[in-house]
Write a protein that binds this ligand. Structure first.
Ligand code: AMP
Length: 557
């Protein structure tokens, strides 16, 4: 894969799109974008192997916006993007809306669970891009409310996931109905034979793109302690704060994807009392020099940067590299963590990954041939212990320094009335409190990784297609695990992290031992290790999830 730097302008994108990307703070294309955009702009079909986190959405969205006439006013859509879940439909629509704002692109997400009537009205008013789950797309096709006659491009996003969810027939019928001369783009994290067979039948002379080819010889990877935390998006900055408190780095480089992320994270961290400085490609040389000076002198402890801004950066003091997001390609990870662990000193690399990005971590491990340990986010108790440890270390330093004469008299007078041990404990308490060691009391629940699923035979869709539990889609119970039925689901606002939080808080099952979670409209299914099943049932029945009592039992077959 080509990893040479280049700009979005080099890829031949129009000004409106370039401006949107600058506005969003994207500094340069990711490897998958660099490879995919030029052939897609030319109108070629494409088969791309890329996981979430690689920037694949922009890789297919920018070319389709490039090829669409600005201010298009036809009623029928010109592009159809199929995605496995409603969450993804919303995310992809939002991305297209942002990229295509200056072009006036009209985009509509279409998924099950939303009243079909509001979708109908929007379709009648006219749209350019429809982002749909396959089941709902077929429903609209049957009603004649979605017409494919003007379709110029069909994108299958996360194709392997769509097949796993039983959408094979729907995809087949949509691809068969779409006009012959259209462009077809297929992205998938894995390439099982069933994907290859769809590609063979429906793609023409496709460009093939694969991420991660380059290999690093064992031993050439940096010698760095590598860990990762799986954290839902909304909790990333609190998790980062917790990790920083426990690690207490002398100087850390925190990588973000975009300029905007750099700015907002620096602001958040400064607001929480860290000394953080931002570094991104939009800054002048003078500003950059000032920031670097602060880091070298110890006036700043955290440098928040994009890949572009950190290129060529060389700071001896760095003890930690933190990936606030999983980098867009495994090679970028290697470059990033190469900043620490130099000259025989110990370095630490920490990655915060969202549950869906688990696969990227595996790819990185394959490339570096080194293990990334998934760790549990430090708990409030861990943090307390660590803070006490810091106070203890401070006291020990003071003892070794032995400049205590002026204070002995205080101890002597107090010792006449109190036990010396109590006097010492009171002094420690005071020192601890004065060190400003306030602990943020809120526990951050661990999110379970979305693990690779075993390949299953295609299953035909049932009814509306979108009423089944969506996350995990693991219908076979895992070995040693028991599936519990919980009588609340999406309709009650239940999210995976609510269940993980409730189980981890109320029982002795750690968040990481919780297995697949599936959330349907009216219920949820959660896998827990069998030896803990009864304990979890009793604990959850006695407590509330999202403020309400719920029915909890073993799943009946
Ligand atoms: P995706 O793999 O498409 O889910 O994208 C992952 C994340 O990366 C999204 O939050 C995008 O907004 C962001 N992203 C995509 N391309 C770039 C880029 N070239 N520079 C910075 N961020 C990007």
């Amino acid at each position: 894969m080509d990893t040479s730097p280049g700009t979005f302008a080099d890829l031949g994108l129009r000004d409106e799109l370039l401006q949107a990307l600058t506005h969003l703070g994207y500094e340069e294309p990711t490897p998958i974008q660099r490879e995919s955009i030029p052939p897609l702009v030319e109108g070629r079909d494409l088969l791309g192997q890329a996981a979430t986190g690689t920037g694949k959405t922009a890789a297919f969205a920018l070319p389709l916006l490039q090829r669409m006439p600005a201010g298009r006013d036809a009623t029928e859509p010109a592009a159809l993007i199929l995605v496995p879940t409603r969450e993804l439909a919303m995310q992809v629509s939002e991305a297209i809306h942002k990229y295509g704002k200056a072009l006036g692109t009209r985009v509509l997400p279409v998924y099950g669970g939303q009243p079909i009537r509001s979708q109908l009205r929007a379709l009648q008013r006219g749209v350019d891009v429809v982002v749909a789950t396959p089941g709902r797309a077929v429903d609209h096709l049957k009603r004649g409310t979605l017409r494919l006659g003007s379709i110029e491009v069909v994108v299958l996003d996360e194709a392997d996931e769509m097949l796993d969810m039983g959408f094979a027939e729907d995809i087949e019928s949509i691809l068969t109905d779409a006009p012959e001369g259209r462009q077809t783009v297929l992205f998938s994290a894995t390439m099982p034979p069933r994907i290859a067979s769809i590609a063979n039948r429906h793609l023409r002379d496709a460009v093939r793109i694969e991420l991660g080819g380059e290999d690093i010889a064992p031993g050439d990877g940096p010698l760095v302690r590598q860990t990762a935390y799986i954290v839902p998006r909304g909790q990333k900055s609190s998790a980062l704060g917790r990790v920083l408190d426990v690690e207490a780095p002398t100087a850390a480089l925190v990588f973000c994807r975009t300029r905007d992320e750099v700015d907002s994270l620096s602001e958040t961290l400064n607001g929480r009392g860290y000394r953080a400085e931002a570094l991104h490609g939009g800054m002048s040389q003078e500003q950059r020099d000032r920031v670097m000076k602060k880091l070298r002198s110890g006036a700043a402890e955290l440098l928040i940067a994009t890949d572009v801004a950190a290129r060529g950066l060389d700071v001896d003091q760095l003890t930690h590299v933190i990936n606030f997001d999983v980098p867009a390609a495994p090679a970028a990870y290697v470059h990033r963590i190469g900043r620490v662990g130099r000259a025989g000193r110990e370095g630490v690399a920490i990655t915060l990954a969202e549950p869906r990005e688990h696969r990227m971590l595996k790819q990185i491990e394959r490339l570096t041939k080194q293990k990334i340990e998934i760790e549990k986010i430090p708990t409030v108790a861990d943090l307390r212990a660590r803070r006490l440890e810091l106070t203890r270390a401070g006291l020990e330093e003071s003892l070794l320094e032995d400049k205590l004469d002026a204070f002995r008299v205080v101890v002597e007078t107090l010792a006449e009335e109190y036990d010396v041990m109590d006097v010492a404990a009171a002094a420690v308490k005071l020192a601890h409190e004065l060190s400003g060691a306030a602990v943020d009391e809120e526990e951050i629940p661990d999110a379970p990784a979305v693990h690779d699923r075993p390949e299953r035979a295609s299953k035909s869709r049932n009814g509306g297609g979108d009423d089944r539990p969506r996350r995990g889609a693991q219908k076979h119970q895992s070995a040693g695990m028991t599936r519990l039925f919980i009588g609340a689901g999406r309709a009650a606002g239940i999210r995976p992290q609510d269940l993980v939080g409730a189980i981890a808080n109320e029982s002795s099952v750690p968040g990481r031992d919780i297995g697949a979670i599936e959330i349907a409209d009216r219920f949820s299914l959660v896998e827990v290790p069998e030896p803990f099943a009864d304990e979890v049932i009793t604990a959850l029945r006695a407590s509330s999830i999202k403020g309400r009592r719920t029915n909890v039992r073993r799943e009946r077959f």
